[in-house]
Design a protein around this ligand. Sequence first.
Ligand SMILES: Cc1ncc(COP(=O)(O)O)c(C=O)c1O
Length: 489
Amino acid sequence: MEPHLIIELVMQYLDRQPESDKLRIRLYMALRQAILDRTLPQGVKLPPTRMLAADLAIGRNTVVRAYEQLLVEGYLEGRVGDGTYVSDVVDAASKPATPRRLIGTRREGLSRRGTGIVNSAASSVIQNGAFMPGVPDVEQFPFGLWRRLLAKYLHAGQARLLHYSHLGYGPLKVALAGYLRVTRMMVVDPKQIVVVNGSHQALDLCARMLADPGDRVWIEDPGYWGARNVLSAAGLAIRPVPLDAKGLAPIPEDWTEPPRLVFTSPSSQYPTGIVMTLDRRLELLERAFECGSWIIEDDYDNELRYDDRAVASLFGLCRRQRVIYMGTLSKVMFPGIRLAYMVLPEDLVDAFVIGNSELYRGGRMTEQAALAEFIDDGHFTAHIKRMRGIYQERRDILRNAMESCLGDAVSVSGGHAGLQLLYRFNAPVDDAQIAAQALAEGVVSRPLSMYYADGRNVRHGLNLGFAAVPERQIPPAVATLAGVIERAL
Ligand SMILES: Cc1ncc(COP(=O)(O)O)c(C=O)c1O
């Protein structure tokens, strides 16, 4: 694992430690937690104390004392100043796969729901670099422009923007409606748009407003684990539905027990990239209407399409008001903006506005105002266009490097849109082990198996994000990854 990656991880863990503690204690706790979480796995060489101290802008003695404490306790081995490594004590004490899958065994003090959330958690503390999937290159964001726009709306004259927002910022909804008309062929009244703090909140709102605990929800298998976790935490009964080349593929018998909700990403299925065909879309809409099911359309990365024109949204195709559309600013602006939006059938709007206010409260109006102007003045489409060019080049470099290093050992899918490519292994290997080993050598990936809810269908592979990786870093990272894979084959 590269020293800069380790330092970034340490910083993230440090941020979570109570400010009131002494710096030495915070650093010790941060490193210890990263080791216990296996974010710093066995065998990783920690950066020299001088380097870590300089990067964290703290005294070297502080680092030396934190390392020494961890050495005494057995978390580290080696000698300070002569290479300090994460020891195997944690790995030997417990097997990594078990704690996350212990659904049903209650954790001390937590509810069953809380236990389930913790045990199925899959979020990553690493958010950039080779090859974190699903994340944009935030370094490329037009900071100066955004700062000016925020400043324009963040002052005493605009104090009203600091209130709770029940309805969202009107001009933003107008701007989004205009954008959706042009890019997604959706003719919507701005009133149908509800602005939320990210797609996860939109999903949670759908689960609570449209379903009751125990109701069935269909999810794509493999599919976005984050959606699965949110829907399951809301008490819904998860029914994984396999995919075929046309997209979500329920068999006719599945409709004899119709779902209350269907969660799907038809324009670019996550993580496979499959685009749902028109006949499958029409069939899904028809059956959902007959059965009284609601369809939640996750259109998370339609803006980043490289090789062909975007397919129209399911929402735009539906004449019967059965689709709730979700868009997010995370992939085209930056994930930390925490702004996403839902487009609702007219009859649901009032109830969802109330539900959103009651459950979460609206806010972030300063950011919403800045975003409205960012869109209206053409910066949004210009930024998307620029990023599309950058990402397309990175995608091609990754694809070519994988092809020349691994050839027939893997098969690629996706990549016509979005921020990642999915590689399936053509021989039986354990993708979780490969991902863990690659991480120890500094390369991040997500094993394909973690996207499956139904253990019977699992295939192994790696989901590789190319967007947040500078071009020159891609080939060496692929060479490292290929080395790990070849050793496993
Ligand atoms: C398929 C998919 N949908 C939705 C999201 C979540 O987006 P948000 O940041 O708006 O919660 C992600 C985030 O990684 C995603 O991969």
